[in-house]
Design a protein around this ligand. Structure first.
Ligand code: GTP
Length: 598
C-alpha cells in the first residue's frame, strides 16, 4: 500500500467503555469477515486472550476501507493491553501508530485509566479523535462528557464523533474520521536499511513465536537475515504477513506497515518489546527511541500446598512463561513453607492473573506469601543490593540506607467519596500533590510508597467508593526511608513467610495488629502458643493462644459414633489446608488475612 493510504491507530478506552464492541463493528463494516466468520473470529480471539492471560498482549487487525473519496485505505488497528501494569507495552503499541480514537462512555465520562493512556498518546504526538460511545443509553450526557474531555484532558471535543457501538449508529463517521483526521505514517525510505519496531510477541503452538512489528524504514521480507539490536539475536525470516485478522502471508512489509514475522525464535523471552529490528548485513545506524528494560516490581513466594506438587508447579510456570516473558521466578526454600518459587510480576493485576491461572488451569493448590516490592540497600562495604524477599534481609548493622519504590497515583472519583479516599491515602503514608474538581468529580494526585499499595489498596479504594473511583499509577523511583524488618514468631520460631519491611513509625502497631489477627486465625492446640512480633530481635507485641482443654471428641465418648466420625472428618478436612510450623499448625488463610491492613 502507498504510505499516504495507510492509517495506523489504536483505541484508548477505560474498561467497559466499549473498545472491543467498537473494534468488532469496524472489522464488520470493512467486510473483513462474513457474519459467520465474525462470530467465530470473535470467539477465537477470546480464546487467545485467555491463553495469553487476558489483557497482556497487543493485537492488531488490518482493515481495508473504501472511503467516501473513492480511495481504498489500509487501516491498522492496534489493540493495546488494558491495564496499568502493562503501561510499557501500551507505550510501544502507541509508538507504532500515528493516531488514536479516544472512546469515552457517554453515560460514564472520563476515568483515571483513560487519562493515563491519553497522556501517553499525547507524548507520542498522536492525533486524537474523541469518540463518545453508548449514546443510545438514556443516561448518556454528551455535553457533560465533551466538557470533561476539554477541561480534564485539554482536547477539543467539538468534533467528537457520537456513536453507539452496540446499535452500529455512527460507525461510518468513525471510519471517515480515521481516514480524514488521522495522519498517514511519516517519512520512511523503502531503500534505507531496515528499521522496524518490535511491538509484541506471542507464542503460537503451530508457528512458534510470532512477532508483531511496525516497519519504519526499509523492507522486511522472507529469507532476510535480521538482527535484534538490543538482544543481538540473529534470525532468518521464515514468514511475514498481516493480521486480516487471521494471519495472512505476504511477500514483504514496507515503511509504515504493521504485521508479523515468524523466524524460528524459541521463546517469547528472546524478544524484547521495544527492540529495533534491522538487517544483519546492512544495519541501520540508530535504534528507535523509547526502549526500556522491563523489570518486575512486585514479588511473592508461591508454594504448593502439597509438597508433592512441586514438579507440577514448576512445569505449569514454564508453560505460562512461554507466552509471558515478564513473569519471572527463581527457586526458593522457606523454612515454613518448604520448596517453592520467588516470583516477579509487573504489578498486582499481573500477579493475580498468574496466580489464578495456576490454580484454575493447572489445578494447583497454592500458598502465596504476601506481595512485596523491591528494596534497594546500600551496604557498609560500599556495595548495593536489591532485596526481593524481606526474609532475606541482611543484618541491619551492615546496612547504611534502605530505599523503597514510590509511585505517583491518580485517583478519579465522584466527590462524595473524596474524604474517605484522602484518609486512605494519608493512612498509607501518602503525600498529596494535587486536588482538582471538574463537574462533580474530584481528581486527586498522591505520591505513595508502592509497598503500602500492593496489598489491598485497590480493593479498599473500590469498596469505599462503591466501585466508582478509578485509579492509575506510575513508578517514580526509590526513596530512602526509615524501614525496619518486622518478624513474627509463632511458638518462638520466626515464620519467614510472614516477615515484612515496614516504616519504623508503624512497625509497632503493625506488629500488634498481626499478633491479634493470628491469635484469631490459628486454632488452639494442645499446648499454649506465644505469638510475638519482633523488630531486630526486640519483641514489640505478644499474644498467647491458650491450650485446648480437651480432645475435640472427648465430649462424644460413650455417645453417638457417627457424630464422632463427623468431627474427625471435619478435623481431617481442616488439616489439608494447614501448614506445620515446628509443632504448630497454621491455616493457609492466616498468611493472607494477617497482612490485611484495615
Ligand atoms: P474490556 O474488554 O473489558 O476492556 O471492555 P471494552 O472497553 O472492550 O468494552 P466492551 O466492548 O466489552 O463493552 C462493554 C459493555 O458495554 C458490553 O456489555 C457492551 O455490550 C456494552 N456496550 C458497548 N458499546 C455500547 C453501546 O454503544 N451502547 C450500549 N448500550 N452498550 C454498549
Amino acid at each position: 500500500t502507498p504510505r499516504d493510504k495507510i492509517r495506523n491507530f489504536s483505541i484508548i478506552a477505560h474498561i467497559d467503555h466499549g473498545k472491543s464492541t467498537l473494534a468488532d463493528r469496524l472489522i464488520q463494516a470493512c467486510g473483513g469477515l462474513t457474519d459467520r466468520e465474525m462470530s467465530e473470529q470473535v470467539l477465537d480471539s477470546m480464546d487467545i486472550e485467555k491463553e495469553r492471560g487476558i489483557t497482556i498482549k497487543a493485537q492488531t487487525v488490518r482493515l481495508s476501507y473504501t472511503a467516501s473519496d473513492g480511495e481504498t485505505y489500509t487501516l491498522n488497528l492496534m489493540d493495546t493491553p488494558g491495564h496499568v501494569d502493562f503501561a510499557y507495552e501500551v507505550s510501544r503499541c502507541l509508538a507504532a501508530c500515528e493516531g488514536s480514537l479516544l472512546v469515552v462512555d457517554a453515560s460514564q465520562g472520563v476515568e483515571a485509566q483513560t487519562l493515563a493512556n491519553v497522556y501517553q498518546a499525547i507524548d507520542q504526538n498522536h492525533e486524537i479523535v474523541p469518540v463518545l460511545n453508548k449514546i443510545d443509553l438514556p443516561a448518556a450526557d454528551v455535553d457533560r462528557v465533551k466538557e470533561q474531555i476539554e477541561e480534564i484532558i485539554g482536547l477539543d471535543a467539538s468534533d467528537a464523533v457520537q456513536i453507539s457501538a452496540k446499535t452500529g449508529l455512527g460507525i461510518p463517521d468513525v471510519l471517515e474520521a480515521i481516514v480524514n483526521r488521522l495522519p498517514p505514517p511519516r517519512g520512511g525510505d523503502h531503500t534505507a536499511p531496515l528499521k522496524a519496531a518490535l511491538v509484541d510477541a506471542y507464542y503460537d503452538p503451530y508457528l512458534g513465536v510470532v512477532v508483531i512489528v511496525r516497519v519504519h524504514e526499509g523492507i522486511l521480507k522472507k529469507k532476510q537475515t535480521i538482527r535484534m539490536m538490543r538482544t543481538g539475536g540473529v534470525y532468518e525470516i521464515d514468514k511475514v504477513g498481516t493480521f486480516n485478522p487471521k494471519l495472512t502471508e505476504a511477500d514483504a512489509l514496507g515503511p509504515g506497515e504493521v504485521g508479523y514475522f515468524v523466524a524460528s525464535i524459541k521463546e517469547v523471552g528472546d524478544c524484547s518489546i521495544g527492540d529495533t529490528i534491522t538487517e544483519d548485513k546492512r544495519p541501520t545506524d540508530k535504534a528507535l527511541p523509547g526502549y526500556k528494560d522491563v523489570q518486575p516490581v512486585v514479588f511473592c513466594g508461591l508454594f504448593p500446598m502439597d509438597a508433592g506438587d512441586f514438579d507440577d508447579l514448576r512445569a505449569a510456570m514454564g508453560k505460562l512463561r512461554l507466552n509471558d516473558a515478564s513473569f519471572t521466578w527463581e527457586m526458593e526454600t522457606s523454612a515454613a513453607l518448604g520448596m517453592g518459587f520467588r516470583c516477579g510480576f509487573l504489578g498486582l493485576l499481573h500477579l493475580e492473573i498468574i496466580q489464578e491461572r495456576l490454580s484454575r488451569e493447572f489445578d494447583l493448590d497454592l500458598i502465596a506469601t504476601a506481595p512485596s516490592v523491591v528494596y534497594e540497600m546500600s551496604m557498609t562495604d560500599g556495595t548495593e543490593i536489591e532485596l526481593h524477599n524481606p526474609a532475606d534481609m541482611p543484618d541491619v548493622v551492615r546496612i547504611t540506607e534502605i530505599r523503597e519504590p514510590w509511585i505517583a497515583a491518580t485517583i478519579y472519583t465522584p466527590d462524595e467519596y473524596l474524604g474517605s479516599i484522602l484518609k486512605l491515602c494519608q493512612d498509607r503514608r501518602g503525600i498529596q500533590i494535587e486536588l482538582s474538581y471538574v463537574g462533580g468529580r474530584a481528581c486527586v494526585k498522591y505520591e505513595l510508597p508502592l509497598n503500602e499499595v500492593v496489598f489491598d489498596f485497590y480493593d479498599r479504594l473500590k469498596s469505599i467508593s462503591r466501585g466508582y473511583a478509578s485509579f492509575d499509577y506510575t513508578l517514580i523511583g526509590h526513596r530512602a526511608e526509615n524501614l525496619v524488618k518486622l518478624q513474627i514468631l509463632v511458638n518462638e520460631e520466626p515464620v519467614d513467610a510472614l516477615a515484612m519491611l515496614v516504616h519504623r513509625d508503624r512497625a509497632e502497631s503493625r506488629g500488634r495488629q498481626m499478633c491479634e489477627r493470628l491469635k484469631e486465625l490459628i486454632p488452639r492446640q494442645m499446648f499454649k502458643i506465644p505469638i510475638q512480633a519482633a523488630i531486630g530481635g526486640r519483641v514489640v507485641a505478644r499474644e498467647t493462644i491458650s491450650a485446648m482443654r480437651k480432645d475435640v471428641t472427648a465430649k462424644c465418648y460413650g455417645g453417638d459414633a457417627t457424630r464422632k466420625r463427623k468431627l474427625l472428618d471435619k478435623q481431617a478436612a481442616g488439616k489439608k489446608r494447614m501448614r506445620q510450623f515446628g509443632k504448630v499448625e497454621i491455616p493457609q488463610e492466616a498468611f493472607v488475612a494477617a497482612l490485611r491492613m484495615d
